[in-house]
Design a protein around this ligand. Sequence first.
Ligand code: ADP
Length: 211
Amino acid sequence: MPIKLTKRQEEILEIVKAAGPITGKDIAQKLSLTRATLRPDLTILTMSGNLEARPRVGYFLNEDTEMNLKVAKFSKQIVKDYKAHPIVIQKSASVYDGIVQIFLEDVGTLYAVDQNGHLAGVISRKDLLRAAIGNKNLDDLPVSVIMTRMPNIVTIKQEDTLMDAAKKLIQNRIDSLPVVREIDSDSHTYEVIGRITKTTITKAFLEMIER
Ligand code: ADP
């Protein structure tokens, strides 16, 4: 069972992460505390394996602790800080236009909106491929016929975490989530304000781990 750290112990870990190896005296100075006040915390952190201490060198982070801190940080990231621009198309536009747009914008998914600009559907690459097989007149076929519609669209809000988004992507076996602002939940009316894709999550994860 991992022990629950106090706020001060977490602060110590952050200091050691940034400046380690660092002596107890220097940690105390950074926290404006005496070494004696800090000693019990340093003992707990060392005994619990979070910190390692080497005589005349100082305290440094255990490798597992460093990875745990990064994972903890990753799990706190919110959608708002990572969302990309949504690529939208009018739901009355043709499948042909949808295919052109997916190439022009270099995305895997389009979000269809109605005349009020509210989210009406999701169109993936496979939806477009399926429609293209056996349909000669893609100019006459509106994307509204082939899209996944409300209320079946899985969405995310910008206050939600990237972890929530990652779970939704995996659980629903989809590549992207429209980031929405709720206008009226009863009538499933949403404004699309961004997108989160598997690429967004992978990039954020790499950034956090490599930093
Ligand atoms: P692809 O079909 O190109 O592999 P996806 O796996 O994202 O891409 O899409 C699979 C199916 O799920 C498609 O029919 C698509 O319309 C639908 N879909 C994609 N994203 C969502 C979403 N956020 N909510 C509901 N359905 C979605």
